[in-house]
Design a protein around this ligand. Structure first.
Ligand SMILES: Cc1cc2nc3c(=O)[nH]c(=O)nc-3n(C[C@H](O)[C@H](O)[C@H](O)COP(=O)(O)OP(=O)(O)OC[C@H]3O[C@@H](n4cnc5c(N)ncnc54)[C@H](O)[C@@H]3O)c2cc1C
Length: 446
């Protein structure tokens, strides 16, 4: 149930437990507890919300038009589901039937038009025998210290040649330059297995990594969001303006308010400190903002027909990943699929960098022109940008900020959950799992 605007509880009413943010975490918490959830946008779903744009159109449609002539995009770019427990897969399948895929991801070197299957280090044969031999020698004699930063860890794990070729330029773009200053993190994304590295220097190696297989709902991610939201009390267009943690009051944009006893928040940890005015001793950990550029276009002569997404170490426009929605599921593009393609491009920024300038994001991005030059697309029929203010969250070496912030909020009966609430890297499945656990813990009499 999407509760109409204007029905928030009066500030003078009795306090109770409420949930903030109707992304997948908040929806799962609302579903498992029966408690209300407050969301700033018009619709639930958060980063996993889908929308539709007609060829030649600009308007974002919440549902596909009857004639099916629209590109389907997602706010956070392609969102593929991986890593669920068997019981969670069962729940997701009941909410929205899923199709499952074997990942086809690659590193793409545009200057050489070279695709190397992910992970690069397990497919060195694509780089030639000399490079492969050099990389293996460097990896074998790599020092085994305690790396302080992500940059140290990558250099220690993969040696100078592979770092210079891929890991350095890729991480410079992916972390918006933070990789030399943040603690090693998400190291499972770059698996280190010397046996596989050696095997990959002369032949193929098996798929590895956290998302080697993934699923996507047959009727789109919006079908899963609708399934999760069914029966939940979702109050949309309720943007939290500030929270008084001592009086336990929430003030929404527009002036309405709400009293609470316990607050479960899926909003970013940094944002909750700002909204509550609570402070901690340690300096805040950094995050990156990501602009997702969704593109519907005609297929170009060099469009990769097979890959689901590519990691790009050096693009002129500064993006680090391009995903091909319609290579996963043809229903992402309107009829003439195969000719028409739907794709997404991700570029990271530091908060305060470009994006606060008021310049039009699409114009400044330059990605469309670059993808045309690469021959991936020709005529563009739909383009739409989403800005994710807190997209990837990082930790400074030795930082205690996250722990301090969680404890400070908790002391005021504010419990943080989900990827952004907890300030960790995790996907949809773990986020839903977090929400279900929070909801189960809240259910029943106080
Ligand atoms: C670029 C990118 C790609 C990703 N790709 C994948 C992938 O392929 N597979 C995967 O499993 N995971 C992926 N993820 C991770 C995935 O997006 C998250 O795990 C998941 O969406 C987290 O859901 P959430 O509900 O916790 O957060 P969100 O989806 O961010 O939901 C938080 C909600 O809070 C609302 N909100 C914010 N501020 C306020 C306010 N002041 N008042 C009221 N409401 C507010 C927001 O509008 C939003 O709806 C990706 C993430 C990013 C950034």
């Amino acid at each position: 149930m999407i509760v109409p605007h204007g029905m928030a509880q009066a500030v003078s009413g009795p306090g109770r437990t409420v949930i903030l943010g109707a992304g997948v975490t908040g929806l799962a918490a609302a579903r498992a507890s029966g408690l209300p959830v407050y969301e700033k946008r018009q619709r639930p779903g958060g980063l996993c919300a889908s929308y539709y744009v007609r060829p030649g159109g600009k308007e974002r449609l919440a549902a596909p038009p009857e004639d099916g002539r629209a590109f389907r995009f997602e706010v956070g770019g392609g969102h593929w589901i991986f890593g669920a427990t068997p019981l969670l897969w069962r729940l997701l399948e009941r909410l929205a039937p899923l199709a499952c895929y074997q990942r086809r991801a690659a590193v793409y070197f545009p200057d050489r038009k070279l695709y190397v299957p992910y992970p690069l280090q397990n497919h060195l044969s694509y780089l030639g025998a000399d490079v492969a031999a050099k990389v293996i020698a460097e990896m074998e004699r790599a020092p085994r210290g305690r790396p302080r930063t992500l940059a140290d860890w990558l250099e220690q794990s993969f040696g100078p040649t592979l770092t210079e070729l891929f890991f350095a330029p890729f991480h410079e773009a992916y972390t918006a330059g933070l990789w030399t200053r943040i603690a090693p993190q998400e190291t499972f994304k770059s698996p280190v297995d010397l046996d596989l590295v050696r095997r990959g220097a002369s032949g193929e190696t098996p798929a590895v990594g956290y998302n080697a297989a993934f699923c996507y709902p047959v009727r789109g991610l919006d079908a899963l969001i609708s399934g999760l939201a069914r029966g939940c009390r979702v109050h949309c267009q309720r943007e939290v303006l500030r929270i008084d943690p001592r009086r336990k009051q929430i003030e929404f944009v527009g002036g309405s308010g709400l009293r609470y006893e316990v607050l479960v928040s899926t909003l970013p940890l940094s944002e909750m400190l700002r909204l509550t005015g609570l402070e901690v001793d340690d300096e805040p950990d950094p995050h990156t903002r990501v602009h997702v550029l969704n593109i519907g276009a005609w297929r170009g002569p060099a469009f990769p027909p097979e890959v689901h997404w590519i990691y790009v170490p050096n693009s002129t426009a500064g993006f680090y990943r391009v995903g091909f929605y319609s290579n996963v599921d043809a229903s992402f593009a309107p009829p003439l699929a195969g000719q028409r393609v739907s794709l997404y491009v991700e570029r990271a920024f530091r908060p305060g960098d470009y994006g606060d300038t008021g310049k039009d994001a699409e114009e400044s991005f330059g990605a469309v022109e670059e993808l045309r030059r690469w021959g991936f697309i020709t005529e563009v029929e739909a383009v739409s940008t989403d800005r994710i203010e807190v997209a990837y969250t990082w930790k400074r070496p030795g930082s205690r900020w996250r722990e301090q912030a969680l404890a400070r909020l908790q002391a005021h009966d504010i419990f943080m959950t989900g990827r952004y609430g907890k300030w960790v890297f995790q996907g949809i499945a773990e986020s839903i799992q977090d929400g279900l656990a929070a909801g189960a813990a809240l259910r029943g009499p106080a």
